[in-house]
Design a protein around this ligand. Structure first.
Ligand SMILES: Nc1ncnc2c1ncn2[C@@H]1O[C@H](COP(=O)(O)OP(=O)(O)OP(=O)(O)O)[C@@H](O)[C@H]1O
Ligand SMILES: CC(C)(CO)[C@@H](O)C(=O)[O-]
Ligand code: BAL
Length: 292
């Protein structure tokens, strides 16, 4: 596996390996501290492309002033080991100076899709994601890029950027990988105390319950939301940031009276919940035919 730390190095290696763009590139952008969720994306990239590229970059422009940029977990040696084992050919690990030698005067702002969910509770977050993903796509020129559905809003936002800016990249959404008890894998799980780790299972449990509840004939969107919130709040330390039910991928809210078993388009039940200072997200996508 080649490790590139500069843009010049990355471009040189990619040009050689791809034979000037003739061989396909699958790309997995991450912020590192890799886990099995990231590994599933890396394996998918390797299985469906000639060359698999990983980036590890804790992107400062997507963190708010009071967020966890400074304490975001990092373990480069472990990341390199897992990425090599997962079939990555080129790992790009730039410094902040390399990616942003000067503050960017250009922004990539997606309107509408970023008004709710994490876009509302983390102002400016998706502007930073849009900027760095656009920069990375220009550098890597991937044929396919792999993103986890745990960040469902991110997938919708990036798909919109690709459509609007004519990137020649297919966005491949990948399923959320979970711990045996259902907790979605996340680099930030490492922040959880043992007590909060035990309580955090309430997120996936509430999503599983919602899957049953939507089959009930009288279940409306409003009732589903209040039932899910009640379930989450049964965990003593859970503090809800948001729980929302939106059409996917347009992210328009469902009507409170809408009957869930009569859904006509996919609906996303998405949540962000804090345990102490740790903010976790999870979601599930429900399809009109009752499929999940
Ligand atoms: N459990 C998971 N299953 C599948 N993909 C995942 C999972 N967790 C993260 N990803 C995906 O990995 C990519 C990189 O995400 P990131 O590095 O932020 O990891 P993370 O574990 O979500 O970290 P954080 O805790 O900061 O949200 C994103 O496309 C994200 O959706
Ligand atoms: C896509 C991404 C790597 C951009 O920094 C980040 O938002 C993430 O890890 O999901
Ligand atoms: N997985 C999204 C990256 C972030 O939380 O900033």
């Amino acid at each position: 596996m080649i490790v590139a730390r500069t843009i010049a190095d990355l471009k040189e290696h990619l040009f050689a390996l791809s034979e000037g763009g003739r061989r396909s590139i699958g790309f997995v952008p991450t912020m590192g501290y890799l886990h099995e969720g990231h590994a599933s994306l890396m394996r998918e990239a390797k299985a469906n492309n000639d060359i698999a590229v990983l980036s590890v970059f804790v992107n400062p422009t997507q963190f708010g002033p009071n967020e966890d940029l400074d304490r975001y977990p990092r373990d480069e040696a472990r990341d390199l080991k897992l990425s090599e084992e997962s079939g990555i050919d080129v790992a790009f690990l730039p410094t902040v100076q390399e990616m942003y030698p000067k503050p960017s005067k250009t922004s990539v702002i997606v309107s509408g899709l970023t008004d709710r969910l994490c876009g509302a509770s983390r102002p400016g977050h998706f502007d930073g994601v849009g900027l760095v993903v656009s920069k990375l796509f220009h550098l890597v020129k991937p044929d396919r890029a792999y993103f986890g559905m745990k960040d469902a809003q991110q997938v919708a936002v990036i798909q919109q950027i690709v459509n609007d800016l004519n990137f020649d990249t297919i966005i491949v959404p990948c399923p959320t990988v979970r711990e045996p008890d259902g907790l979605a894998l996340s680099s930030r799980n490492v922040y959880l105390s043992a007590e909060h780790r035990a309580q955090a299972v309430v997120l996936s449990q509430s999503l599983a319950l919602a899957k049953d509840w939507i089959q009930e004939e009288s279940m409306t969107a409003g009732l589903l939301l209040s039932s899910v919130k009640e379930r989450i709040e049964s965990a003593p330390d859970a503090v809800i940031d948001y729980v929302e039910l939106l059409r996917y991928p347009t992210l328009e809210p469902l009507d409170e009276q809408e009957l869930m078993h009569k859904l006509e388009s996919p609906a996303l039940l998405a949540m962000a919940v804090k345990f102490g200072t740790t903010r976790l997200i999870d979601n599930s996508l429900y399809h009109p035919n009752g499929g999940v």
